[in-house]
Design a protein around this ligand. Structure first.
Ligand code: ADP
Ligand code: MG
Length: 322
């Protein structure tokens, strides 16, 4: 069987001469990064655990994509530019076909964002993938959760709910035809981090968060940190195309509290509407205006007629949720 060091050399070590942000890559006790002088570092970790975040036997290439995508999404939600990442891998065995697929998915996304793999750790154990990502941002321009202001518009990127619908289909809670299941599963297995949008929203948006646990819960973090409330028009939520063909109750439940969307939810002053739309166009990502920030605490849900709805969406919690 391949040794630990051969594994790292063969699957994870690449020529980094074209990546000036890397002063020293894999192979020493630490990597050395070269952030642009004057920039702040943005740092985040996310872990994917087999049986918890993905099904046993999940496709290796998709896992390679997803574990980096969820980390890039955190940089996007801050408005940070990716520089590099470390990869801590626990593997039950050194399966070379699995490693080749995993590395292909990982590096395809890493290269698309010029984000360099600079180090990590490799050990035998239950399948567990932990990435720490490093980005940079000019001081004062980070899109923080505590920066929403009363009167701001609330926006979301892309569409919501198809990832959650794919999970419901896999669990056979909802019957989906094979084409619909495949289309929804693409959102669950291969999320698109909105890095370009996050960068374009620097200086335009106030607060931002990426929607990993469901819109209502994640927006709730902005409300809590910013000390305000929100009013959301449920009929303005941009639904995933597969979810859009489902009954309304399911649409609302999954768009509000689905999870795994990896879209951005952000707030911006009403005077910035044209600037938000220009940022979205420059980034090639659709955005929808779904409500506004209010002084009172809590989340008020209304429909297009203005009627208040009494829904209690719950977001995903690893210890409180089933
Ligand atoms: P140390 O003994 O200092 O922990 P290791 O022997 O674990 O170093 O790793 C050797 C080198 O390989 C280090 O530079 C480390 O960052 C890198 N590395 C280990 N595992 C990975 C991985 N899965 N992906 C990328 N680099 C890795
Ligand atoms: Mg080590």
């Amino acid at each position: 069987m391949i040794s630990e060091f051969d594994l790292i050399a063969r699957f994870f070590t690449r020529d980094q001469s074209s990546q000036p942000q890397v002063a020293l890559g894999i192979g020493d006790d630490c990597a050395l990064l070269n952030p642009t002088p004057g920039m702040m570092m943005a740092i985040s970790s996310d872990m994917l655990v087999e049986g918890r975040h993905f099904f046993p036997g999940a496709d290796a290439r998709q896992l390679g994509h997803k574990c980096l995508a969820v980390n890039l999404s955190d940089l996007a939600a801050m408005g940070a530019r990716p520089l590099g990442f470390t990869l801590a891998l626990s593997l039950p065995q050194a399966d070379e076909a699995w490693l080749a697929g995993f590395a292909a998915g990982l590096f395809a996304l890493a290269d698309a964002h010029d984000c360099a793999l600079i180090g990590g750790d490799t050990t035998r154990g239950p399948l567990n993938i932990c990435i720490t990502i490093f980005g940079e941002i000019p001081p004062g321009l980070a899109l923080r959760r505590d920066a929403a202001e009363v009167g701001d518009d609330i926006w979301v990127s892309g569409t919501l709910g198809d990832a959650r619908l794919a999970l419901a289909g896999l669990r056979q809670d909802v019957a989906l035809d094979p084409a619909s299941q495949a289309a929804a599963a693409a959102r669950l297995d291969a999320p698109t981090p909105r890095v370009a949008l996050g960068l374009a929203l620097r200086g335009v948006a106030h607060a931002a968060i990426d929607i990993s646990d469901g819109l209502s819960g994640d927006l709730g973090h902005i409300l809590q940190r910013s000390g305000c409330g929100a009013r959301i028009d449920l009929d303005a939520l941009p639904l995933g195309p597969v979810l859009a063909r489902q009954p309304q109750a399911l649409q609302r439940a999954f768009a509000l509290a689905g999870g795994d969307d990896y879209e951005l939810c952000f707030t911006a002053a009403t005077t910035q509407r044209a600037a938000v739309l220009a940022a979205a166009q420059a980034a090639g990502t659709a955005v929808a205006r779904i409500g506004s920030i209010t002084p009172a605490g809590g989340l008020q849900l209304v429909d297009a007629s203005g009627a208040t709805l009494d829904l209690h969406p719950s977001s995903f919690d690893h210890f409180a949720s089933p």
